[in-house]
Write a protein that binds this ligand. Sequence first.
Ligand SMILES: *[C@@H]1O[C@H](CO)[C@@H](O)[C@H](O)[C@H]1NC(C)=O
Ligand SMILES: *[C@@H]1O[C@H](CO)[C@@H](O)[C@H](O)[C@H]1NC(C)=O
Ligand SMILES: [Zn+2]
Ligand SMILES: [Zn+2]
Length: 426
Amino acid sequence: MGSLPHPDLLLPILILLLSLTPLTSSTPDYDAEELLRSANEDKEWLVSVRRRIHEHPELRFQEHNTSALIRAQLDRLGVPYSFPYAGTGVVAQVGSGEPPVIALRADMDALPLQELVDWEHKSKNDGVMHACGHDAHVAMLLGAAKLLNQRQSKLKGTVRLIFQPAEEGGAGASHMIKDGVLDGVEAIFGMHVNYQVPTGSIESQPGPTQAAVCFFEAKIEGKAGEAAKPHLNVDPLVAASFAILSMQLLTSREDDPLHSQVLSVTYVKGGSSFDETPPFVEFGGTLRSITTEGLHRLQRRVKQVVEGQAAVHQCTAFISMLEEDFPFYPAVVNDAGLHDHVQQVGALLLGRDKVKTGKKIMAGEDFAFYQQLIPGIIFATGIKNESAGPVYPAHSPYFFIDEDVLPIGAALHTAIAELYLNQHSS
Ligand SMILES: *[C@@H]1O[C@H](CO)[C@@H](O)[C@H](O)[C@H]1NC(C)=O
Ligand SMILES: *[C@@H]1O[C@H](CO)[C@@H](O)[C@H](O)[C@H]1NC(C)=O
Ligand SMILES: [Zn+2]
Ligand SMILES: [Zn+2]
């Protein structure tokens, strides 16, 4: 008797112990509150950095001032870095310089959009806006640079902080890789703000998460002539119509219904007269697949169908996947072990109820290039907070973030890195 708990209590106690085990065993004395407190002390600085970048957005591969701002901040913090990578990219490093080496990544480019949010720190560059939150990504990673540097003595390895250009359509990640950014790195973490997730929560998921993406442009040439004498012309409009309809069958008839694909024709241009058939028709759009191989297959079939339909109607087709302007993005596939790690760190820092499993989306993300080479995960950090400001999706000219995310993101980056190294240093 005496010291033993009542039998009715044994099961609940056992369940409680089991539910705590994975976290407590891997994080014996990690002081999450202390980390969050330090991050919150930096909030004013993080907000001012984010607002300065927001006011001066720069398009892909032109992030010169953003890059200079990042380097000036790293100089002030006394964090060493290398420059340039991929033109404007900056790569900082904190820790022993010894393995394990892990990477944290922030993208830093803006979008060709006119900001329509009326606020004090609105974009000062006409037609350019940080509408995807990359300004916040840079601020959060600078915040992590500061925290990791302050806590350097706790670091059991090396953290590389990647400030990357040209996520928006420029495949900046692939250029960073060519310049050696992943040399010696064993795992990479990326964080993206998400307007559907409340501030203070995160979402991540293992496996395929975001689509492989490409864009295409087609031209179907016929022979122009009087509409009243169709037998003397070759009509590219009819050929294009058949081609566009036939393409839709590739997703509905040729792809596994449990696999996700998108084929969207987003424009058609041809002709300008009531009584003449045009010499050619142009159309284009985007192809997406939740797997990289799926997108390669779809590209091959789109080419065959457009060329085939053009030939049936005595026209000639030219089709381009626009690799030069819009490089092919592979699919984002999150590593299952890193997903578990992110969920555990999220629970430790933010609370178990603030960590959810996310949903797949058919938007692209060039983080996928890193994941082709090493295990990686990109996860969502919430910015949804109606009382802090209006909530609009990314790439909207009304996009607005809850700046409370900034210290949270800095702390998350830091804890993810420190705890990974604790668990993987030998
Ligand atoms: C970059 O900074 C320079 C010097 O302050 C300024 O003249 C220029 O307008 C800035 N460019 C952008 C795109 O913000
Ligand atoms: C939402 O924003 C309000 C106003 O800025 C703030 O007081 C509150 O703490 C924020 N909520 C969260 C969850 O961050
Ligand atoms: Zn974007
Ligand atoms: Zn983005």
